[in-house]
Design a protein around this ligand. Sequence first.
Ligand SMILES: [Zn+2]
Length: 225
Amino acid sequence: MTEDLKILTGQTQDHIEWLEPKIGIHIEIAYPLNELTQAARNAGYELAIASGYRSFESQLGIWNGKATGTRPILDEDGKRLDISRMAPEDIVFSILRWSALPGLSRHHWGTDLDVFDKRTLPKDYKLQLIPEEFEGKGYFAPLHDWLDKNLSRFGFSRPYEKDLGGVSPERWHISYSPLAQQYWKSLTIDHIRKVLSAIEFELKPQVEMALPEIYERFFKRISSV
Ligand SMILES: [Zn+2]
């Protein structure tokens, strides 16, 4: 496997700089991210990263956990779904609304980050990354209102801004476009098919059967790169 393909699917950490033990970013976004963070600080916000780089292995753990019910799968209203009553194909698509298939997560690249305002995070509150926290009167809505106006100046964008029938809107998720766009263009369905065919994972037959639709709806279909 080439080094590039490994980056695309989260199978290397060679391109990652670690800001904290579990928070990694692509080495090449360190500068623009620092510029964005400084500008946010000057505007009164403390931009913090909840999740940056994620490996294939860790996305696989999330996937298998949801497929087997050890991690909750939520519906559109944030209520837990009872997967014991669902057809396997339906479980696949319910997981994909909130979690990527291993190998198709933009978090593999280190160019995409889930961000919040540390200044308005209440003490003893556990960050959940749910829409209520980021919209309307949510704790982190003011930071994100500011980001709406300022992200693009630093090269960042919001791939999951609108509901296009694929991934649910995720206001917390931002992407460094100049690099992410290259990765998004480079990762083909044949790459991902090859990676997945080599491993075992939950719901594999259903995923392989639906892969063209999954790839188009939950990977290619985005609000912006
Ligand atoms: Zn994210």
